[in-house]
Every structure is written in structure tokens, then in C-alpha cells.
Design a protein around this ligand. Structure first.
Ligand SMILES: Cc1cc2nc3c(=O)[nH]c(=O)nc-3n(C[C@H](O)[C@H](O)[C@H](O)COP(=O)(O)OP(=O)(O)OC[C@H]3O[C@@H](n4cnc5c(N)ncnc54)[C@H](O)[C@@H]3O)c2cc1C
Ligand SMILES: *[C@@H]1O[C@H](CO)[C@@H](O)[C@H](O)[C@H]1NC(C)=O
Ligand SMILES: *[C@@H]1O[C@H](CO)[C@@H](O)[C@H](O)[C@H]1NC(C)=O
Ligand SMILES: *[C@@H]1O[C@H](CO)[C@@H](O)[C@H](O)[C@H]1NC(C)=O
Ligand SMILES: *[C@@H]1O[C@H](CO)[C@@H](O)[C@H](O)[C@H]1NC(C)=O
Ligand SMILES: *[C@@H]1O[C@H](CO)[C@@H](O)[C@H](O)[C@H]1NC(C)=O
Ligand SMILES: *[C@@H]1O[C@H](CO)[C@@H](O)[C@H](O)[C@H]1NC(C)=O
Ligand SMILES: *[C@@H]1O[C@H](CO)[C@@H](O)[C@H](O)[C@H]1NC(C)=O
Ligand SMILES: *[C@@H]1O[C@H](CO)[C@@H](O)[C@H](O)[C@H]1NC(C)=O
Ligand SMILES: *[C@@H]1O[C@H](CO)[C@@H](O)[C@H](O)[C@H]1NC(C)=O
Ligand SMILES: *[C@@H]1O[C@H](CO)[C@@H](O)[C@H](O)[C@H]1NC(C)=O
Length: 622
């Protein structure tokens, strides 16, 4: 790939500049002072785990332990400074803060194995991510309730979106220049995560908005109110003024780390849940953990609950290692069944993208000029360090567009009728359990029903200084997460099964054509765009399909692999987030999403975890 498209891809050389070391408080770097038991033991100190740990430990009468496989970050510039973390220098992808795993090779991707960055650090994905803090549309969440989860519609989540954030409106002159409006009624003023607009936008973004408007695309007032449809501005998880990353670690952990009832054990991986099946229902009595494959396995007891927050690629792994999953699958590995729960590791979904990169001719500041000119970049970094402004204050693009199929394609009826004629089980993996297939059928019916709706987006278009990234939001394909051995330190098989359903490719092909259209409108001609990648050699539908197969990559939103749905629909947790068959084992991370919403999912994970904490606290006082 030419360097142009790297404005979005997370690859760049290493720069290591350090800020002051943080204060570690009650962090137990190693397990010297760990207690033998805690009321709540939380597996994973990423986005969801730190939220729940913070909220549960508000009650000084309860004790909470978080066990996190990764370490604390050291405040490196490549994490704290948005511009560096997302392209003007190194980012955390591929460092010790990344699990460094990949999806297995896919025949539909010409046998490519796609890299899947995922945080292995206190703060999880919020340390590595691009900080986009948008929400999905009302219809995205109403589907969750429709699939049998009472209280999990948009109205049931909105209070928690609000609770998790402190929103800072843009400065008046900035808002006026860029046409940014907001609806204060859907924003929080006292949450832990700072949600704010960076004080810098690449100038060519104006051409993008004008182009979108000329193509009939709506610009909603404030997409955070449930109408994330059209072209709009997203906030970032950004500390206003100083323009540094507001990670889950900074927001939910550092602010309460002196609480004596909250312990964080870093550098240790949970290898197994300890369960007791002597009464009718299975009770989680604790966990086992180890710092690496060659170290002794230790254990700690949970008096009240064990809470899984290991993320969508690891929560199913921990369950399967503990005998919770498909009994026939686990027996093939010699693991005896504790709970036969076929949905564990199934229903896996992720957003996937391809990019179209254009050179643009501009004398104004551009990402490409900064990437190519070290002097210019050094000047911009000095401005950032002095004032928190300029290109380094942003993680790149905050101009997103989420579009229904009918707003970017004339092929809606062709694609919808062909998808509807498939039958729900045709493209599932042939060993799919009947309950999982039943849950998929319910999802498939909703996906097909809504494919021509103007109330739900199925594609994202991100503009980043000449590059248009297009990402599928509601894939019909379903993948899986399955352990390959009983070794907890062995990487599971992450089978994305991308494009296994042909309707996904059909939608991406249409989006590719629209992505090209955006930069060929008159609103863009003053920038003389020249498509550098994939370029004019890719024109026919067949060539576009090949391009997609050879370049499809993850937009970093693995989810849904331990879905909240009825058990007879392949669900893993009920709407109180309790794992079926257990009385005190819950899941609070992105794996409980039944279906992906059309958005970057961090803010939804925050909202889900805030709601989870309320549910758990309610249960604790019963
Ligand atoms: C490169 C990248 C860019 C992204 N960009 C954005 C963006 O701009 N906007 C957005 O909204 N979202 C973005 N995301 C997605 C977002 O960060 C994730 O959806 C979110 O972090 C998921 O939260 P989680 O709690 O489910 O899991 P995580 O945050 O991944 O936390 C899981 C934690 O559990 C730990 N863990 C796993 N297994 C074990 C074990 N056995 N024992 C102990 N600990 C364990 C992990 O090390 C990790 O710290 C991005 C993600 C990545 C990786
Ligand atoms: C263990 O606890 C003791 C007493 O509170 C303290 O002095 C010591 O620093 C702690 N050790 C570690 C490794 O945290
Ligand atoms: C990540 O994995 C790749 C391939 O599996 C390997 O070459 C590379 O060294 C790994 N990186 C780190 C930081 O471990
Ligand atoms: C993918 O791998 C399979 C099995 O090894 C092989 O038959 C097939 O030709 C490969 N396809 C491509 C496009 O390389
Ligand atoms: C999509 O098109 C419909 C019909 O023309 C229009 O009403 C709607 O505003 C458009 N939506 C977006 C997001 O542009
Ligand atoms: C939020 O931003 C303000 C202003 O920069 C800062 O003082 C505060 O510490 C930030 N909050 C967190 C949790 O980082
Ligand atoms: C770029 O813009 C400049 C100034 O507007 C113009 O002179 C030049 O011809 C343009 N170059 C290209 C390749 O369009
Ligand atoms: C790089 O940027 C510097 C500082 O703005 C400028 O003086 C110089 O001409 C630029 N170099 C090139 C090759 O454009
Ligand atoms: C920082 O802002 C002040 C006030 O606007 C300005 O005078 C100064 O030049 C800026 N510093 C840098 C390095 O741009
Ligand atoms: C549909 O086709 C018409 C005529 O070619 C075109 O003007 C319009 O932009 C297309 N709409 C979409 C959404 O692609
Ligand atoms: C199931 O699918 C796999 C992979 O496509 C194939 O190798 C296997 O033969 C299939 N099994 C059955 C029973 O159809």
C-alpha cells in the first residue's frame, strides 16, 4: 500500500518519548499483597472491567479485585498524544500493549489472515484506540430489546451514555466555522470520560461535507441523540484544553485508585474460573491465574460474584477453558462440561473496512504533508506541546457518515431481495448448533427487514484528508472464537468468516462506488483529487470485489461472541448479564452485544458497563 492510505491504517515507525511516570496507588504490580478473597473478582481491566470495578468499589463495604493480563502504560507520547497515536508517528498497535493476534486465514479473502489489534494493558482498547466517542442510532439498540432483552433498547441505554461522559461543547467560533451543533439533553456533565471536540480539523473536511450534502446526505443536529444517520461530527475521548487521551485507565481507574477496597493485579492472566456445581445452579467461587505459561497457577476466591470483562476475543476463551460452552466441542479437547452452552464463542461479529486513497492538491495543512515533511511535523508538535492545539490534538478524522443502503446505492431492492431469498441457515458454518441457528434466524429476519430502512445505517464512510474509508456495519456473516487447546496461554482460533455471506460483499461493492463518488463531486474538484489507491486499474465490479477480498481489514470492533439473548436462541447471558446456568457469573464487555450497532463501539461499551454495574449493585442488595 502507498503511504497515503496509511493515514488510516495503524502502521508507522516507533517514536518513544515519555511523560512523567504515573502514581500506582493500590495497584498490586505483582501479587505480593493480594488478599485470599474479594467480594467481586473482575477478569480483565479494559474498558468495561474498569467501569464496573470503579462503580462497585464506591461502596466501601465491598472489596473488588481486577485481574489484568497487561501492565499499566507509562504515559508514552504514542498513547497520550492523539496525533501520534493515530498516524503521525508510532501507535500502540504491535507493541507490548497489543495481544498481537490475527483472524485465521479466510478462503473468501483469498486465504488472507487479517491482523486484529486488541489491548493488553490496563484500559484495554481505550489505550490503543482512535478515541472516537460516537453512538449508534436508536434502531441499532432497539434491536437488542427486540431480540428478547427487556430494558436494553436506546431509551434503556441513554441514561448510561449520559452517565459515563463529561461532554464539553466546542468553542463558539469553532462550532460556527464547522457547523457543529449539539443537543445538551443527551449529554452528560459529570461522567468520568471527557468527551470533547479536538480544536483542529483538517481543512479539506469542508469539501467532504459539501460533497456529502450535494449527494443528498443529511447532516443531523447531534448524532448522539439516536439519529446517527448522515454526515456528522464525532467527539473524541479527549481531555479538553490539553488535548490528551482520556482512556478508561485515566478516567475510571486513576481517579479512584486510592480506594483501599479496590485492588488491581496487573501482568496476570486468568486461566480458569473455579466453579461449584454441587447445588442445582453453578456457582463461580473464584478464579485461577498465572503471570505466564511457566509460572505457578494461583487462585483467589470470590465471595459474591465473578465478572468477565476480558473482551470479545477472550471472554469466550476463559469460559471454554472452564468447561462452559458447547459440551461436544469441549469434549473433543478433553474438557469436561460444567455447563453445556453452545452459544459461547458463536455469533462473532466485527466491522470491516477498505479504503480509497486520493492525493489532494492543497496549500493548507494536510495529513500527507505532515507525514512527508519532518520539519513541518516538528513545528506542529511544538504547537501542540505549547497549547494543546493543531494537527497533533486530533486522532485524525472526526467527520463520519453513517448511511442507510438506500442513501448510497440504487441496488437496494436487488440486494435486499437476494438476501431475503437466501434462507437463514444457508451461509452459517455447517456445524452450527440448532439454538445458535435459531438466534441467527431472528437476527437475519431483522437485518433483511431493515435493509431498505432509512432509520438504520449499514455502512460507515470516514473521511480523512483525501482518504475515504468505508466500513460494513451490519454484517450478515457470523464468525466464532474457539480455543485450540487446553493451554490457557495458547491463542484461540479467531474465525471471522468475513464475506461468508455474499450479501456482505454486495453491500461493500456498492459502498466502494459511492466512496469514489464523494471525491468526484464539484465540491471536491478544487482539490484536484487523484485516486492513488486502488487507482484506475480497478473499475469493474469483479475488480472491485477482488480489491475488497485482498484488502478487507478490521475496524477494531470485535463483539457479540457471548451474546445476551434467550438461551434457546443461542444466548450466553440473560438480560441481567448472568451466564445461563449460573447464579453469580456475569459478563459485562462487548461480547454481550447481540448485534453490532452502526458506530464505533467504545461509548456503547461504557454505557453497557455502567448499566451492568447498576444491575450488579441491585442484585447485591437483594
Ligand atoms: C486499534 C483500535 C482502535 C479502536 N478505535 C476505536 C475508536 O476510535 N472508537 C471506538 O469507539 N472504539 C474503538 N476501538 C474499540 C474499543 O476500544 C473496544 O471496543 C473496547 O475497548 C472494548 O472494551 P471491552 O471492555 O469489551 O474489552 P477491552 O477494552 O479489550 O478489555 C479487555 C481486557 O481484558 C484483558 N484480558 C483478556 N483476557 C484476559 C485474561 N484471561 N485475564 C486477565 N485479563 C484479560 C485484556 O488484556 C484487556 O485489557 C478500537 C480498538 C482498537 C484495538
Ligand atoms: C504490601 O503491603 C505492605 C503493608 O501495607 C506495604 O508496606 C508493601 O509496600 C506492600 N507491598 C507491595 C508489593 O505492594
Ligand atoms: C506479532 O506477531 C507477529 C506474527 O505472529 C510477529 O512477527 C511479531 O514479532 C509479533 N510482535 C510482537 C510485538 O510480539
Ligand atoms: C486457498 O487455500 C486453498 C486450500 O489450501 C487452496 O485450494 C486455494 O487455491 C487457495 N486460494 C487462493 C486464492 O489462494
Ligand atoms: C436518505 O434518503 C431519504 C430519502 O431520500 C431521505 O429522507 C433521508 O434524509 C436520507 N438519509 C440520509 C442519512 O441522508
Ligand atoms: C477531563 O478534562 C479536564 C480538563 O482537561 C481535566 O482537568 C480532567 O482531569 C479530565 N478528566 C479525566 C478523567 O482525565
Ligand atoms: C495545484 O494547485 C496549484 C495552485 O492552485 C496549481 O497551480 C497547480 O497546477 C495544481 N496542481 C495540480 C496537479 O493540480
Ligand atoms: C517542509 O516544511 C517546512 C516548514 O514548514 C518548509 O519550510 C519546507 O519548505 C517544507 N519542505 C518541503 C519539501 O515541502
Ligand atoms: C500558543 O498560544 C499563544 C497564545 O495564542 C501564542 O502566542 C503562542 O505563539 C502559541 N505557541 C505556539 C508554540 O504556537
Ligand atoms: C441512483 O441513480 C441516479 C441516476 O443515475 C443517480 O442520480 C443517484 O445519485 C443514484 N442514487 C444513489 C443513492 O446512488
Ligand atoms: C463443513 O465445512 C467444512 C469447511 O467448509 C468442510 O470441510 C466440511 O466437509 C463440511 N462438513 C459437512 C458435514 O458438510
Amino acid at each position: 500500500m502507498p503511504s497515503l492510505s496509511r493515514s488510516f491504517l495503524l502502521v508507522a515507525p516507533l517514536v518513544s518519548l515519555s511523560l512523567a511516570a504515573p502514581f500506582y496507588g493500590r495497584v498490586i504490580g505483582r501479587d505480593a499483597n493480594i488478599s485470599t478473597s474479594y467480594d467481586y473478582v473482575i477478569v480483565g481491566g479494559g474498558v468495561s472491567g474498569l467501569v464496573v470495578a470503579n462503580r462497585l468499589s464506591e461502596d466501601s463495604a465491598v472489596t473488588v479485585l481486577v485481574v489484568e493480563a497487561g501492565e499499566l502504560d507509562a504515559g508514552e507520547d504514542f498513547i497520550a498524544i492523539p496525533g501520534i497515536s493515530s498516524g503521525l508517528g508510532q501507535n500502540a498497535v504491535g507493541t507490548k500493549y497489543d495481544w498481537n493476534v490475527s483472524y485465521s486465514a479466510q478462503s473468501e479473502l483469498n486465504n488472507r489472515s487479517v491482523q486484529m489489534p486488541i489491548g493488553k494493558v490496563v484500559g484495554g482498547g481505550s489505550i490503543l484506540n482512535r478515541m472516537l466517542m460516537d453512538r449508534g442510532s436508536k434502531a441499532d439498540y432497539d434491536r437488542w430489546a427486540e431480540l428478547g432483552n427487556v430494558g436494553w433498547d436506546f431509551a434503556g441505554l441513554l441514561p448510561y451514555f449520559i452517565k459515563s461522559e463529561t461532554f464539553t461543547p466546542p468553542a463558539a467560533d469553532f462550532a460556527a466555522e464547522w457547523g457543529i451543533e449539539h443537543d445538551a439533553s443527551v449529554h452528560g456533565t459529570s461522567g468520568y470520560v471527557n468527551s470533547s471536540y479536538p480544536p483542529f480539523v483538517y481543512p479539506s473536511t469542508k469539501n467532504y461535507f459539501e460533497s456529502m450534502k450535494s449527494l443528498g446526505i443529511n447532516v443531523p443536529k447531534d448524532a448522539a441523540n439516536g439519529e446517527a444517520l448522515g454526515a456528522f461530527w464525532s467527539t473524541l475521548a479527549l481531555n479538553p484544553g490539553v488535548s490528551t487521551r482520556c482512556s478508561a485507565r485515566v478516567a475510571y481507574h486513576d481517579t479512584v485508585e486510592t480506594r483501599s477496597n479496590l485492588h488491581l493485579l496487573t501482568g496476570n492472566q486468568v486461566t480458569k474460573l473455579v466453579t461449584d456445581s454441587t447445588s442445582g445452579s453453578v456457582t463461580a467461587t473464584g478464579i485461577e491465574y498465572a503471570s505466564d505459561a511457566s509460572s505457578a497457577i494461583k487462585s483467589v476466591t470470590a465471595n459474591k460474584e465473578v465478572i468477565l470483562a476480558a473482551g470479545s476475543l477472550h471472554t469466550p476463551q476463559v469460559l471454554q477453558l472452564s468447561g462452559i460452552g458447547s459440551a461436544s466441542f469441549l469434549s473433543s479437547l478433553g474438557i469436561s462440561s460444567v455447563i453445556d452452552l453452545p452459544g459461547v464463542g458463536e455469533n462473532h461479529q466485527d466491522h470491516q473496512y477498505v479504503a480509497i486513497a486520493n492525493t489532494i492538491n492543497t496549500t493548507e495543512v494536510s495529513f500527507n504533508a505532515l507525514s512527508a515533511n519532518a520539519t513541518l511535523a516538528a513545528e506542529a508538535l511544538a504547537v501542540y506541546k505549547a497549547n494543546g492545539t493543531g494537527p497533533y490534538s486530533t486522532s485524525g478524522s472526526i467527520s463520519l457518515a453513517f448511511l442507510p443502503l438506500g442513501n448510497y446505492s440504487n441496488a437496494t431492492s436487488t440486494i435486499t431481495s437476494s438476501a431475503g431469498a437466501q434462507g437463514a441457515s444457508t451461509y452459517l458454518a455447517n456445524d452450527t448448533d440448532a439454538t445458535v441457528a435459531a438466534g441467527y434466524k431472528a437476527q437475519y429476519d431483522i437485518l433483511v427487514r431493515d435493509m431498505d430502512s432509512f432509520n438504520i445505517a449499514n455502512m460507515e464512510f470516514i473521511y480523512s484528508d483525501g482518504t475515504v474509508v468505508l466500513a460494513l456495519q451490519h454484517p450478515l456473516s457470523r464468525g466464532s472464537v474457539k480455543i485450540a487447546s487446553t493451554d490457557p496461554f495458547a491463542t484461540p482460533i479467531y474465525d471471522s468468516r468475513w464475506l461468508s455471506n455474499p450479501a456482505d460483499l454486495a453491500q461493500i461493492v456498492e459502498a466502494f462506488k459511492f466512496g469514489r463518488k464523494i471525491t468526484t463531486t464539484s465540491a471536491f474538484t478544487s482539490l484536484s483529487p487523484v485516486e492513488a489507491f486502488p487507482g484506475s486499474a480497478v473499475t469493474t465490479d469483479a475488480q472491485i470485489e477482488t480489491y475488497i477480498r485482498e484488502n478487507l481489514a478490521t475496524l477494531f470492533h470485535p463483539a457479540c461472541s457471548a451474546a445476551m439473548m434467550p438461551k434457546e436462541m443461542g444466548g450466553v447471558v440473560d438480560s441481567n448479564l448472568l451466564v445461563y446456568g449460573t447464579s453469580n457469573l456475569r459478563i459485562v464487555d462487548a461480547s454481550i452485544f447481540p448485534m453490532l450497532p452502526a458506530t464505533h463501539i467504545m461509548s456503547t461499551v461504557y454505557a453497557v458497563a455502567e448499566k451492568a454495574a447498576d444491575i450488579i449493585r441491585g442484585a447485591a442488595t437483594c
